[in-house]
Write a protein that binds this ligand. Structure first.
Ligand code: GLU
Length: 308
């Protein structure tokens, strides 16, 4: 948050829900390349507010180090920073920008989309509850979630790869019914607090970005620069997943690949020839980045070490 952080930080923020696959590793490599090629420091942040699988964080960090990525300072964890998120939620509440929501997931799915809102947007059922309705819910229902009272339905961001991108803003959940801060809030608060001014992540997250940037403006925080990079897909054109075969570093090592083989395959997918991130950094030019997804064919792309 202070000027002394210039030139800023890039980051990679895995959710410790399982092992990283090649798509995750490639996004991490790109985030590292974007940061290092712009003289930024690189933060490793574990997004562990939900979807935590025991042991996954340690394996993820070990895999990232094994392919030659490094990061500055200690690994940070969202679960250590709950006060920070709750303070931001308090700030929005004090400004009259939140309301309690008692809807169940099913009720939201069954309700029509908000009038004038984006498809799938929260329909605003609890926006205008009377004091009596609220008291009745509080007495009989599970604890409410807290939502943002958004005063607009879209917001524009600038993405380094996608250019200007306008996307939906809705009454996003800030605090879940279980009391934990929601991802969209936590990510915005963390990035600003840690001096992250460059967010590089998979382009599946692009649609969430306008609501995050909007939240940042409401909190008086600077929005980072964004680069949403193409995902890795399987040969059927779907987002790569564990079911697609030998897609983790451990899987590849079992098949006889080295971490350098894996980096070399990722480098090839970016149009470069290199076997370590450090070599790749010398060639990396974000302007040349392929805009299409990398189609991963496990039989074709990774040859065991030493094969032509
Ligand atoms: N933790 C999120 C994920 O792994 C990414 C968050 C982000 O990069 O903003 O999907």
């Amino acid at each position: 948050m202070s000027d002394s952080r210039a030139p800023g930080w890039g980051r990679y923020a895995p959710s410790p829900s399982g092992d990283l696959h090649l798509g995750n590793l490639r996004t991490a490599l790109l985030a590292w390349l974007f940061a290092r090629s712009t003289d930024r420091r690189f933060l490793m942040r574990v997004d562990d507010l939900d979807r935590v699988r025991p042991g996954a964080e340690q394996r993820q960090l070990a895999d990232l180090a094994a392919i030659g990525l490094d990061w500055d300072g200690p690994v940070v964890r969202q679960s250590d920073r709950l006060d920070r998120y709750l303070a931001a939620i308090e700030q929005l509440t004090a400004a009259g920008l939140t309301y309690e929501c008692f809807c169940t997931r099913r009720e939201i799915q069954q309700a029509a989309t908000a009038p004038h809102g984006p498809m799938g947007a929260y329909p605003g059922t609890c926006r205008t509850l009377t004091a009596a309705d609220r008291a009745r819910h509080l007495a009989s229902d599970r604890p409410p979630a807290l939502r943002l009272r958004a005063d607009r339905t879209d917001f524009e961001i600038i993405d380094e790869l996608h250019g200007p991108y306008r996307g939906p803003v809705d009454d996003v959940v800030l605090r879940r019914g279980d009391g934990l801060p929601a991802y969209n809030l936590a990510v915005v608060v963390d990035d600003a607090a840690e001096g992250v001014d460059q967010v590089v992540r998979g382009d599946d997250l692009l649609p969430s970005t306008p609501r995050q940037a909007y939240l940042a403006t409401l909190l008086g925080l600077p929005a980072p620069r964004y680069a949403h990079v193409p995902l890795v897909l399987n040969t059927a054109g779907q987002r790569l997943a564990k079911r697609d075969g030998s897609v983790t570093l451990a899987d590849r090592i079992e098949l006889g690949n080295t971490p350098e083989d894996v980096v070399a395959a990722m480098a090839r997918s970016l149009g470069y020839s290199a076997r370590t991130p450090a070599q790749l950094l010398k060639q990396f030019d974000p302007a040349e980045l392929p805009r299409a997804p990398w189609i991963f064919d496990e039989n074709g792309l990774l040859q065991p070490s030493g094969c032509p």
